[in-house]
Design a protein around this ligand. Structure first.
Ligand code: ACM
Length: 636
């Protein structure tokens, strides 16, 4: 056998070896229940495909296209089955009894039966695609099983910030494909912020003519060392946004737009200065770089942070925002419109005679109540149009708007308070791993990030229902979300690196019952297969570090190094001589022992290199046998 062929076959064998031994059949998120039965369904060219109804026909097309890529042949589609004909059957008959978005899969030696309706049937197909092992001799052997599945939470979301950096439509679609594959059903699109307004609004063309570009961005971590002088720009036309809504809906994903107010509004104010309390004031820039603030007038911000120049709560502003929101709701059919509400400093409102008079006139005791008045005015308008608002947890300050749903990001406190007030809540606490702009390991190889520490294991460990809530209050937690802010994420590739595999962990905590959580199975059995697929699909996921490597310094004289590849087909290279490992270092093939003489230390450094050539960060473990002057804190 030539080398390329044998390597290829090894990769296939290793992929299917992971999947077939897996109690979850390689499915992410883990289904509610899987019962193994006797025998196998052998998928070969003789199998036919039968679907009922228009929905079934669409799903059968989807599954057949997948079978072509997996097996190299397509299945003949039939209207009626002969007696005992081997078939895959896709149906919504019997689905009325299933929970919302739920489905069943029953595999017997003669049939694969997928039952569901709407999203449920789509998810049945996603699971079926995930559980198909690799083919051997033109056949795919699928173990006989019964799967019952439905989601824990109805809201399973992820937010992408396209204001700090702009991402093209082609990338948004590629991203949505992945969300659908993992049963994430909400794409929260953060369209406006201080650094760019990204949605065409026909009534106010300057929002994009002026607000969608900025002159530069800081180099490196805030406050940066100067700036890129190239322009950062881009926006979505209404037709493009509608195209995304349709594309997502075909995959059972709702797009929720976010229009930030009253803060994070610099791009809008740069376009229409009359929206400011002080239209004639130059933009205040909070950073210390020499280039910032060198221009007069209102600016789209070029760096990050929280800015004092927020919307003035005037009739003119409300009319302006309501007109914008009317266009927004004509594009986005979602029940929810996200109106931001976070990080709105009250400095300008305190200084503004107009705001102070308004507060007296309306009987508002402080600026928090003024913010609440602002949000409630907007909520009333949206409620009248049949929509509901979501706001970040600051909308609790000064009193919650009557029908608002709260997105808890500053820990869980906001979510808990809102649920205790009988408001619906979406949990997305940054401190619990749900801010996936945070870094994924402590290796110095990690790219520049905003800070924080959120490895996928931390996402996986999170339970969105806080223990302090009663059962009734807990029902107000309608879901969970991971947020991808993009201050330090300039390209689709880096966005993918931040998103995956953390969104796979999110999908499991959003969908699977707590009793089905199993980090070891997720990490060692399922992720390796999924990441190998992502590798082939050209997704720039974060390559996990070697499984089994200690993230703590170890003490002793004899160490057994027992590692596992985190991606099917990946290789682990290691060094013990302080050099940085690469393909030129030792290739790990089996557990080995390291002896460290008394009073000495060694450093085990590893790197994982996957079939495409993508590589992990290098991590190291100190093996210490009483060496002098060695710090023994966590090193990774
Ligand atoms: C936020 O991270 N400012 C919601």
């Amino acid at each position: 056998m030539n080398k390329i062929l044998s390597t290829f076959i090894c990769a296939l064998i290793s992929t299917s070896a992971y999947a077939q031994s897996d109690v979850n059949l390689g499915i992410i998120p883990a289904p509610v229940s899987i019962t193994k039965n006797n025998g196998n369904f052998v998928l070969d060219k003789t199998v036919v495909l039968k679907a009922t109804g228009a929905e079934g026909a669409k799903m059968s097309e989807l599954l057949n296209a997948f079978i072509v890529t997996k097996a190299g042949f397509s299945l003949r589609e039939v209207r009626d089955l002969q007696a005992n004909q081997k078939a895959i059957v896709i149906t919504s008959v019997g689905a009325d009894q299933l929970p919302e978005e739920g489905y069943n899969i029953k595999v017997t030696p003669n049939q694969i039966l997928l039952t569901g309706k709407g999203a449920g049937l789509f998810y049945a197909v996603q699971s079926a695609m995930q559980m198909l092992p690799e083919k051997v001799n033109d056949k795919i052997n699928i173990p006989a099983v019964s799967i019952t599945d439905y989601p824990r939470f109805k809201y399973r979301g992820t937010m992408l910030d396209v204001s700090r950096h702009f991402f093209p439509i082609s990338f948004i679609k590629k991203y949505i494909d992945q969300l659908a594959y993992y049963k994430i059903n909400t794409f929260h699109w953060h369209l406006t912020d201080d650094q760019g307004w990204r949605l065409e609004i026909k009534k106010y063309p300057k929002l994009t003519a002026v607000g969608s570009s900025r002159n530069g961005t800081i180099i490196g971590h805030y406050p940066g060392i100067g700036n890129y002088l190239n322009e950062v720009k881009g926006f979505y036309t209404q037709n493009e946004a509608k195209e995304i809504v349709k594309y997502a809906a075909e995959r059972y994903i709702t797009v929720i737009p976010e229009i930030e107010l009253p803060g994070h509004a610099s791009a809008a104010i740069a376009s229409y200065p009359e929206l400011s309390c002080f239209p004639d004031r130059d933009t205040f820039v909070s950073d210390k770089t020499a280039w910032a603030g060198s221009k007069k007038g209102k600016q789209v911000q070029q760096t990050w942070g929280v800015f004092d120049d927020i919307f003035v709560p005037s009739e003119n502003t409300f009319t302006f925002l309501e007109n914008i929101l009317d266009e927004v709701i004509s594009i986005f059919p979602s029940k929810y419109i996200h109106i931001g509400g976070d990080e709105a400093p009250k400095t300008y409102w305190k200084e503004s005679a107009f705001c102070q008079n308004l507060m007296k006139e309306k009987g508002l005791k402080d600026e928090h109540e003024l913010q609440s008045y602002f949000i409630q005015t907007i909520e009333k308008h949206l409620n009248e149009k049949g929509r509901s608002i979501i706001g970040w947890d600051e909308i609790l300050e000064g009193g919650l708007a009557p029908n608002a749903t709260v997105m808890s990001w500053r820990g869980e406190a906001g979510g808990i308070a809102a649920a205790q007030q009988n408001h619906d809540v979406i949990m997305t606490p940054g401190s619990m791993g749900l801010y996936i702009d945070h870094k994924q390991s402590n290796s110095p190889d990690e790219p520049v990030t905003i800070g924080g520490f959120a490895p996928y294991q931390k996402v996986y460990a999170y339970d969105p229902i806080p223990k302090v809530l009663t059962t009734e209050q807990g029902k107000h937690v309608i879901g969970v979300q991971a947020n991808l802010w993009t201050e330090y994420i300039k390209t689709p590739e880096k966005a993918e690196n931040h998103a995956f595999p953390r969104l796979l962990a999110l999908s499991e905590i959003a969908w699977s019952p707590v009793s089905r959580k199993d980090l070891k199975n997720f990490t060692e059995d399922r992720l390796p297969v999924h990441l190998a697929k992502m590798d082939k699909a050209g997704i720039n996921y974060w390559v996990p570090t070697a499984i089994g490597q200690s993230d703590k310094a170890l003490t002793g004289g004899e160490f057994t190094i027992d590692l596992k590849a985190p991606v099917a087909g990946a290789k682990i290279y290691y060094s013990l001589d302080e050099s940085r490992p690469s393909e030129n270092a030792f290739l790990y093939s089996a557990p080995f022992k390291v002896s460290v003489p008394q009073g000495e230390k060694r450093t085990l450094k590893t790197i994982v290199i996957v079939p495409s050539g993508r590589r992990s960060v290098v991590i190291e473990t100190l093996l210490n046998n009483g060496a002098p002057d060695v710090k023994t804190e966590v090193k990774k």
